[in-house]
Design a protein around this ligand. Structure first.
Ligand code: ADP
Length: 397
């Protein structure tokens, strides 16, 4: 059974075609600059050369038309006809409180997604556009929505209610939702396999560290607490996002600099974090290089990142009655020997120890803790697309 996985942003569409029984990727690609000058598609069928087409792509329907043409193209395609795609799995960022699991997309689900636009104005509209384009072009194919927030719907009220007047939860749904759920779920299932334990018996601290970062306490295989909150702005320092700050800074800065809400939003989402502190880059490779060359603010940005990730790990470690493993995943977590080492060294008093040789690993599953570490530490490359394909398969097979 072949599953098409679609991940739509406001001006981009990423896709993967996966043979789910073999867990084998048949094709992948990316449409960029949808609705903007210079739009293009990059498509690669596994085992064939990547092709690039530049042409005007005015909207998501046109983008998806090009994707489907590429997938069935006689020369560079992956399958002969669209009949060979049995289902489509859509990544949806915000399921709100309506979705604790993936769902088959029907009219009620579409309405619930529209209702959630208010709390996810940047993310849900492009996700909806992607689903609508698919419905138009593949009207008879089953579609599934897989939500970034779903895995975190098991978080108890004590961890999801903010200490502000309760009526704002009731009236405006202000609460912790948590994000990167598909990734935290994927590494949780993999960690349980690697630990050789039933998933509902594992306690983990999963660290998805990339441009955006979130850390999750997993208790009995379920999300118990997570660092992202009402939006993906909360948590440790990130590439360009501030993470946790004193909320009074927001109003103080707005007054001092005469800022509008959208200006302060931009500062906290796009000009802050590692970029804001270092003044150099949001990319952790650039920061590591600059810090190696003696740049003090790049070093400071890395120090803040590591300490804030460590604070979350320590807090979750203290709250879980035992921890089977700490897991590092995503761009920084999978690749950065430097950051993993520094984070674990901060936590030395908990008995955590890294094996420096094994910690050299990049983008490969590896147990990187020393034999006498109090807790096992794994690198597990995330695979959100495979997770989406698996959930889609389960609901449609
Ligand atoms: P996104 O949140 O956009 O999905 P990724 O998970 O792809 O992000 O992570 C991107 C981040 O991973 C970038 O900051 C990049 O610098 C970092 N990264 C990738 N490879 C390395 C590496 N070898 N060393 C340090 N950081 C790395």
């Amino acid at each position: 059974m072949n599953i098409l996985v679609i991940n739509c942003g406001s001006s981009s569409l990423k896709y993967r075609l996966i043979d789910i029984e073999k867990e084998h990727r048949l094709a992948k690609g990316l449409v960029e600059r949808i609705g903007i000058e210079g739009s293009r598609i990059k498509h690669e069928t596994t085992g064939k050369e990547e092709i690039k087409i530049e042409e005007p792509i005015e909207d998501h329907t046109k983008a998806l038309e090009l994707v489907l043409e590429s997938i069935v193209h006689p020369e560079y395609g992956a399958v002969k006809s669209l009949d060979e795609i049995q289902a489509v799995g859509h990544r949806v960022v915000h399921g709100g409180e309506a979705f604790a699991d993936s769902v088959i997309i029907d009219d009620d689900v579409m309405q619930a997604l529209r209702d959630n636009i208010e709390i996810a104005p940047l993310h849900n509209p492009p996700n909806i556009m992607g689903i609508e384009a698919c419905k138009k072009l593949m009207p008879d194919t089953k579609m599934v929505g897989v939500f970034d927030t779903a895995f975190h719907q098991t978080i108890p009220p004590v961890n999801y209610i903010y200490p502000i007047p309760y009526k704002y939860y009731e009236e405006h749904k202000i609460r912790v939702y948590g994000f990167h759920g598909t990734s935290h779920k994927y590494v949780t299932l993999r960690a349980a396999e690697l630990l050789n334990k039933p998933v509902d018996e594992v306690n983990l601290i999963t660290c998805h560290l990339g441009n955006g970062s979130s850390i999750t306490a997993v208790k009995g295989g379920k999300s118990f607490d997570t660092s992202m909150g009402f939006t993906p702005l909360a948590g440790p320092l990130m590439g360009t996002r501030c993470g946790d700050i004193d909320p009074a800074i927001v109003t103080y800065l707005m007054d001092k600099e005469n800022l509008t809400t959208s200006e302060i939003n931009n500062i906290l989402n796009k000009d802050s974090g590692a970029l804001g502190v270092s003044g150099i880059s949001s990319d952790f490779r650039d920061l590591e290089n600059a810090a190696t060359d003696g740049d003090e603010r790049a070093q400071l940005a890395l120090d803040i990142f590591e300490r804030r990730v460590a604070k979350y790990i320590a807090s979750y470690y203290g709250q879980l009655d035992h921890v089977d493993a700490i897991v590092f995943t995503a761009g920084v977590g999978e690749n950065s020997e430097w950051n993993r080492r520094s984070i674990i060294e901060i936590l030395g008093s908990l008995g955590l120890k890294i094996d420096h040789e094994k910690n050299k690993v990049r983008a490969k599953e590896e147990l990187i803790s020393a034999e006498d570490s109090s807790v096992k530490i794994f690198v597990i490359p995330t695979n959100e697309e495979l997770m989406i394909a698996k959930e889609t398969y389960e609901l449609t097979k």
